[in-house]
Design a protein around this ligand. Structure first.
Ligand SMILES: Nc1ncnc2c1ncn2[C@@H]1O[C@H](COP(=O)(O)OP(=O)(O)OP(=O)(O)O)[C@@H](O)[C@H]1O
Ligand SMILES: Cc1ncc(COP(=O)(O)O)c(N)n1
Length: 273
């Protein structure tokens, strides 16, 4: 008779054949946090560290079934949403998450891969903001995504923070504007509503000198979902996720000919687990 349990985290995202981003990065991240990973695959991408060759979206009804089968049986304590490339898929995800009253939803608005390939069409972008953003606890745009969503340029810390504030007002949920695309720093700003009004918290870090950053956004958002699944506050969950991500970059894994993947299991190799 089983007596032990552990929180489950569901990732709803695309498959990356090279294992560095998407579902594969999420599952590794969740496992590295000692939690139970579940997944609903939205698309299969044929990609590697150099680029994306083809994308096959999954039938929206099959995406819905995956979510239902997960919630009917092993209910996740948190949900991470990554690549959702069609409006029909987004509609189904929103419908099923509402039906199940899913909580602790982290949305990484994946639009363009590090390699430059577009992963979402224009119609899907609108569906994402209209249907999934209202369900989110936290949204984690990078700088180009935040510029697009807030319709404002980001050139420095001040404009990064302003964009984060604007997006909270626009979408009514917490926003983490990630600074991985800035030159010297990799500092992210979290903006969120409290009973005292809109607050911001910075997570500052110098850039790790590592060209292998494939999957950083996927890894960070699923690590935040892990923190929320363990009942950390939003600020603590982001702080812990940033530490995990930085360690995975500092491990200096060097695989592939393009921007390679992170070392998701760095804590095991260093003997921390
Ligand atoms: N060279 C780096 N050194 C340290 N942290 C980094 C570096 N590059 C990215 N990060 C961090 O990685 C996280 C993801 O940020 P980024 O802005 O790269 O998101 P993204 O573009 O969505 O990621 P992805 O490359 O997966 O699409 C952030 O916490 C960011 O600060
Ligand atoms: C299936 C999938 N999901 C997300 C990303 C974004 O990650 P990155 O920008 O690091 O390539 C990706 N490349 N592939």
């Amino acid at each position: 008779m089983g007596t032990s349990t552990l929180p489950a985290v569901l990732t709803i995202a695309g498959s990356d054949s090279s294992g560095g981003a998407g579902i594969q990065a999420d599952v590794k991240t969740i496992a590295a946090h000692g939690l139970f990973a579940e997944c609903a695959i939205t698309a299969i991408t044929a990609q590697n560290t150099c680029g994306v060759r083809s994308i096959q979206n999954i039938d929206p009804a099959v995406v819905a079934d995956q979510i239902d089968m997960v919630f009917e049986d092993i209910r996740p304590a948190a949900v991470k949403i990554g690549m959702v490339s069609s409006s029909a898929i987004i509609e189904k995800i929103a419908e099923r998450l509402k039906r199940w009253g899913a909580q602790n939803i982290v949305v990484d608005p994946v639009m363009v891969a590090t390699s430059g390939a577009r992963l979402i069409d224009a119609g899907a972008q609108e569906a994402l903001t209209l249907q999934l953003f209202p369900l989110a606890t936290l949204i984690t745009p990078n700088i180009p995504e935040a510029e697009l969503l807030a319709d404002t340029p980001i050139k420095d810390e001040k404009s990064q923070e302003q964009a984060a504030r604007l997006l909270v007002q626009q979408y009514g949920c917490a926003m983490l504007v990630k600074g991985g695309h800035r030159v010297n720093e990799a500092s992210d700003v979290l903006a969120y509503e409290t009973s005292d009004g809109l607050q911001t918290t910075w997570f500052t870090h110098p850039r790790v000198d590592n060209p292998n950053t494939h999957g950083t956004g996927c890894t960070l958002s699923s690590a935040i979902a892990c923190g929320l699944a363990q009942n950390l506050s939003l600020v603590d969950a982001v702080e812990a996720a940033k530490r995990y991500l930085t360690g995975a970059l500092e491990a200096q894994l060097d695989l592939g000919q393009g921007s390679g993947p992170l070392d998701h299991m760095w804590r095991y190799r260093r003997g921390y687990c």
